[in-house]
Design a binder for this molecule. Structure first.
Ligand code: PBG
Length: 318
C-alpha cells in the first residue's frame, strides 16, 4: 500500500548477445545463465522477451572477424545487422528492438572507435573519424529495421552526428538512446568475455572518471541538446547518486544499465549460497527504479518479468 515505486515488465530491457557462425547457443563463463546466441536461439529469446512483456531487447553482435575500423559493423550482412532484422521479425511489433551502436565488438584493438597516432607516437582514439564510422553504422542498423539505436561509444557529438544523418536519410522515426553518463568502469569486465573482446589500454580518454558526479549533468545536457530521446546512466548500482541527479533534471526518460559485473557479483554470491538470489535481483532492480530510472537494462529482465507476473497472495498484481 505504501510503496513509492514498483517494477513493471514494461520498465525492463533485455541485453542479448548474438555470435556469428554459431549453430547452438553457448553460455558465457563469467555470466552464468547468459548466452551467446545463435541467430535461431536469438529469435526464441526475443519472442520470450515479448511474451514476458518487456519494453525491448538491446542487441550486441559478436563477429567472427575483426579489423582496425570494425568493418563488420557497417556490413549489411554483418552479424549485428542480420540479428536486428531477425529480432524485428521475431518481435512482431510487440517490443522495441534496440541495437548497440559502438565499434568495440568489431575492432581488433577493442576500442570504441578508430585509432590515430598522437604527437608522442601512441595510438589514441580519433573522435571525429569515429563519428563517420558511427554514422555509417547507424544507417546500416536503421536499414536493418532497428527501432532504437543505443549510442554507447562516448564520442563527443555522436548524438548530433547520428541524428542528422538518420533524418537526412529518411529515418526520422528511429529513436536514440544516448549513453550520456557512461563511466570507465571495471564492472564491464564480464562483458568482454561475452563479446570476446580484448582491449589494449583503457577507455579513460572517452568514458567518464568514476570520481565525477557533476560532469554527468553536462554530458546529459549535451546529448539532450543534440536530440537524444532517452539518456542512460551506466553502470547502475555503484552510480545511484548520479542516476538520482540525472532523473531529477533530465527532460527526457532516463535508463540505467545493470551491467555484466553487477550481474556476475550477484550470481556468484548466490551460487555460493551467500545471498538469496531472487531477493537480491528484485531488490537491486527496485533500488535502480527508486533512484529514478524509467527503464532498466538487466540480464535478468525476462526472468524478473515472469516473477512479476506471479499472482500475489491477495490475487492482485505487483
Ligand atoms: C560498448 C558497451 C560496453 C557495454 C555495453 N556497451 C562495454 C564498454 O563500454 O566497455 C558493457 C555492458 C556490460 O558490462 O554489461 N559497446
Amino acid at each position: 500500500m505504501a510503496r513509492e515505486v514498483r517494477v513493471h515488465p514494461g520498465d525492463l530491457v533485455l541485453p542479448v548477445f548474438v555470435k556469428e557462425g554459431l549453430t547452438e547457443p553457448v553460455e558465457i563463463a563469467s555470466m552464468p545463465g547468459v548466452l551467446q546466441h545463435s541467430r535461431e536461439s536469438l529469435r526464441r529469446a526475443v519472442s520470450e522477451a515479448a511474451d514476458a512483456g518487456l519494453a525491448g531487447v538491446m542487441l550486441f553482435g559478436v563477429p567472427a572477424v575483426r579489423d582496425a575500423v570494425g568493418s563488420g559493423a557497417t556490413d549489411p550482412d554483418g552479424i549485428l545487422n542480420l540479428a536486428i532484422a531477425d529480432a524485428v521479425e521475431a518481435g512482431g511489433g510487440r517490443l522495441v528492438v534496440m541495437a548497440d551502436l559502438c565499434l568495440d565488438e568489431f575492432t581488433d584493438h577493442g576500442h570504441c572507435g578508430v585509432l590515430r597516432t598522437n604527437a608522442a607516437g601512441e595510438p589514441v582514439v580519433d573522435n571525429d573519424a569515429t563519428l563517420e564510422r558511427y554514422v555509417d553504422m547507424a544507417l546500416a542498423q536503421a536499414r536493418a529495421g532497428a527501432h532504437l539505436l543505443g549510442l554507447s561509444g562516448m564520442m563527443d557529438d555522436q548524438t548530433g552526428a547520428v541524428r542528422d544523418a538518420l533524418d537526412e536519410a529518411g529515418f526520422q522515426d528511429v529513436t536514440l538512446l544516448a549513453y550520456a553518463a557512461k563511466y570507465a568502469s571495471v564492472f564491464y569486465g564480464p562483458f568482454r568475455d561475452a563479446v570476446e573482446s580484448t582491449l589494449t589500454g583503457d577507455r579513460m580518454t572517452y568514458q567518464m572518471d568514476p570520481a565525477n558526479r557533476r560532469e554527468a549533468a553536462r554530458e546529459v545536457a549535451l546529448d539532450v541538446e543534440q536530440g537524444a530521446d532517452v539518456v542512460m546512466v551506466k553502470p547502475a548500482l555503484p552510480y545511484l547518486d548520479v542516476l538520482a541527479d540525472v532523473a531529477a533534471t533530465s527532460a527526457v526518460p532516463v535508463a540505467a544499465y545493470q551491467v555484466s559485473g553487477e550481474y556476475a557479483m550477484i550470481e556468484a554470491a548466490a551460487a555460493n549460497g551467500w545471498i538469496d538470489r531472487r531477493r537480491a535481483i528484485e531488490e537491486s532492480v527496485l533500488a535502480i527504479r527508486r533512484a529514478g530510472a524509467d527503464l532498466v537494462l538487466t540480464y535478468w529482465a525476462t526472468e524478473l518479468a515472469r516473477w512479476l507476473a506471479e499472482p500475489t497472495p491477495n490475487g492482485s498484481t505487483r
